[in-house]
Design a protein around this ligand. Structure first.
Ligand code: ADP
Ligand code: MG
Length: 566
């Protein structure tokens, strides 16, 4: 039913805010339809959720651009960015109370993520937006609202959702770039690589709180050492060269401030594709690479950390380790084991964020403190079994200790931000292979079954909700995700919050967490990211999270309880 939006708005002008509820439903505005799915209760509440819908024919995107996942994700990302820019250009300075006059589609960062912001379906294109309906005090500003919804919004939509009005060259490049990047990512396993860092890449960021590239004159572009240089021919005909990081164990060394952590951070973010101009377009990492760091104070529930830690003075069983307050080393061990449980193929570890006693123990300490008095078997003794038994590669930054020379397949030294292959020299310095413990250490891991009831706490009445990028409100608990560095976007956090609600329903006493997350991912693949949302129509601003971050959130939930072992 088409209703005249302007007519309603003229009628309710000056009335109490609740009269905005009359807008619910779908309205025709020129070539667009405006579906008003949820109306905010007052001007200060989160803005109203609306969808701007147009027929695929009117939108005019060639099928060639949207015939595959990468194409659809790239086009949707491009439209989202253009909508965001157009909204900033076209909507005047906000006036009025609370969120009056806000028009938002979310603000993608440097990554290109699958999002709910623009849906590209066979029959239609939909922009999912939030609009703050205008008010003075708590009174409706009907004329303002009419201008916003019937004049400005169509102009924004026209500029961003119609193919003919977009910069088509830029759009084509955006699509081609993402297809090439994803092709390269898929090619890594076949070449025996876990990561690729392209020649010319700009890795450093503008500042500690900005994800933008450091300015060209200030940054030293990446150049691969000749011995590690690999080349890829990509579907567009583009050829890229750069440093290949092979499966196995790679150690990054070098003086302080010579760019080690910067390289590792770029690799850690390389699990996501980056936009053109970011500098990390050709830093491509396998999608199953997970950063493992120390995180003292976190809660751990029923994790088998016995490959690293046994015989704790407290007497607790480290095959099913539970604590409300992990130490540096136990938290890092738990993070590592949980990453493996979630299916990590590659571990990324930086000395800056590691517990020293988890990583190494030197000869003097081994002499002073007998092995049976030391609960920790350091990572240096486990890094090879990890690869041999679980196929998990490691990329490790270690500027402070040569202990890993013995176990490294490759050693890369950074010197004034320039990498050199120093594997041969490092092996000359190695004191000999470390003896590995007899028998398998990692293979005998048991699957954890979580108590479904613990995800249904009595105090939980509302859906889980993101609190900024690094937190989730789950019932009365807050889940702290500040130490989960590959969670990069608030919209991912919100998607994880919904995913936890879905998991609470999916999990049963037969199903391990990884199995439940796999089932969840299959549903998302089949039905789209919208499926995660409890809302019909506008699903909210969501971006696709990886399974590692979904499991990281569940694992950090302090009221998690195990059911039993299988
Ligand atoms: P490390 O881990 O070796 O101590 P970092 O990676 O933290 O060093 O880098 C130290 C500083 O150098 C940071 O401010 C970083 O932004 C800067 N930096 C890193 N790589 C480059 C580069 N390629 N060009 C210019 N500056 C860089
Ligand atoms: Mg560092």
């Amino acid at each position: 039913r088409d209703r005249n939006l302007e007519h309603i708005l003229a009628q309710i002008d000056g009335r109490g805010y609740a009269s905005y509820r009359q807008l619910a439903g779908t309205h025709r505005i020129g070539a667009f339809r405006l579906a008003i799915d949820h109306i905010q209760i007052d001007p200060y509440a989160p803005p109203s959720r609306m969808r701007v819908i147009l027929d695929r024919e009117t939108a005019g995107f060639p099928g060639e651009l949207t015939c595959d996942d990468a194409g659809r994700i790239a086009v949707s990302d491009f439209m989202t960015r253009r909508f965001h820019q157009a909204a900033r250009r076209i909507v005047p300075q906000q006036s009025g109370t609370g969120n009056s006059g806000v028009v938002s589609i979310g603000h993608p960062g440097q990554e290109v993520l699958e999002r709910t912001s623009v849906l590209i379906a066979p029959d239609r294109v939909e922009a999912r937006i939030e609009v703050g309906l205008p008010a003075r005090g708590r009174q409706i500003r009907g004329r303002e609202a009419a201008r916003l919804l019937t004049e400005l919004l169509p102009r924004i939509a026209e500029a961003s959702l119609i193919h003919a009005n977009l910069d088509q060259r830029a759009l084509d490049e955006h699509v081609v770039l993402l297809r090439d990047q994803e092709h390269l990512r898929r090619s890594l396993p076949g070449r025996g690589l876990v990561a690729f860092v392209g020649d010319g890449a700009i890795l450093p960021r503008l500042s500690g709180d900005s994800d933008l590239p450091l300015k060209t004159g200030d940054a030293v572009p990446f150049t691969a050492p000749e011995t590690l240089r690999v080349r890829f021919d990509l579907p567009s005909g583009r050829r890229v060269s750069g440093m290949g990081i092979a499966e196995g164990i790679t150690v990054i060394v070098g003086g302080g401030y010579h760019g080690k952590s910067t390289l590792l951070h770029a690799i850690e973010r390389g699990v996501y594709p980056h936009i053109g101009g970011d500098g990390r377009e050709w830093v491509i990492t396998r999608p199953e690479a997970v950063t493992v760091r120390a995180e003292d104070g976190r809660a751990v529930t029923d994790v088998d950390i016995s490959p690293f830690i046994t015989n704790l003075p407290s007497g607790s069983d480290t095959r099913s380790f539970t604590t409300t307050n992990a130490s540096g080393s136990t938290s890092q061990a738990a993070n590592l084991v949980e990453a493996l449980e979630a299916g990590a193929s590659t571990l990324l570890i930086d000395e800056d964020t590691s517990a020293t006693n988890f990583m190494i123990r030197d000869a003097r300490m081994r002499a002073l403190i007998p092995a049976d008095k030391e609960p920790i078997t350091p990572f240096v003794d486990r890094i090879r079994p990890l690869f041999a038994e679980r196929g998990a590669s490691t990329i490790l930054v270690a500027g402070g200790s040569g202990a890993f020379f013995d176990v490294a397949d490759h050693v890369i030294a950074l010197d004034h931000y320039r990498p050199r292959d120093v594997t041969a020299q490092a092996h000359d310095l190695a004191t000999g292979r470390r003896k590995t413990s007899p028998g398998a250490v990692f293979s005998a891991s048991s699957s954890r079954i979580l108590a479904r009831s613990s995800l249904h706490p009595p105090g939980k009445r509302k859906p889980a909700k993101a609190q900024g990028r690094a937190g989730i409100r789950y019932g009365e608990a807050t889940i702290d995700l500040a130490s989960v560095p590959q969670l990069v976007d608030l919209a991912q956090t919100q998607a994880i919050a919904h995913a936890m609600d879905r998991l609470a329903d999916l999990l049963d006493d037969q199903m391990s967490l990884p199995e439940a997350v796999t089932a969840l991912e299959q549903r998302i693949d089949a039905e789209g990211l919208d499926w995660l949302s409890p809302h019909r129509g506008h699903p909210g601003q969501l971006a696709r999270p990886r399974r590692y971050e979904i499991q990281a959130a569940v694992n950090r939930y302090r009221d998690l309880r195990p059911a039993r072992k299988r």
